[in-house]
Design a protein around this ligand. Structure first.
Ligand SMILES: Cc1cc2nc3c(=O)[nH]c(=O)nc-3n(C[C@H](O)[C@H](O)[C@H](O)COP(=O)(O)OP(=O)(O)OC[C@H]3O[C@@H](n4cnc5c(N)ncnc54)[C@H](O)[C@@H]3O)c2cc1C
Length: 45
């Protein structure tokens, strides 16, 4: 998974409990922001 939460499958982003062993609401929320920005940026390219 890259820094914008894109998985090894191009165009697929993952965040939160489904993507990390660290189950924490704040971390899940922050990862969701990164994944959202990453997905948005990928659509602009
Ligand atoms: C008892 C308990 C106490 C906790 N206490 C704390 C705490 O004090 N502080 C803290 O920071 N964290 C705490 N956590 C952890 C925190 O709740 C999670 O890390 C956080 O909610 C993860 O958010 P998420 O969005 O990744 O996943 P979730 O909140 O689990 O959201 C996933 C969503 O996807 C839905 N879903 C699943 N499969 C499908 C499907 N096939 N199709 C459509 N929808 C689907 C689910 O219904 C759910 O709504 C606690 C967890 C538990 C269980």
């Amino acid at each position: 998974m890259d820094e914008w939460k894109q998985t090894t499958v191009p165009g697929v982003y993952a965040a939160g409990d489904a993507a990390t062993p660290m189950h924490n609401a704040t971390l899940a929320s922050a990862a969701g922001v990164l994944a959202g920005v990453g997905a948005h940026q990928s659509l602009l390219r």
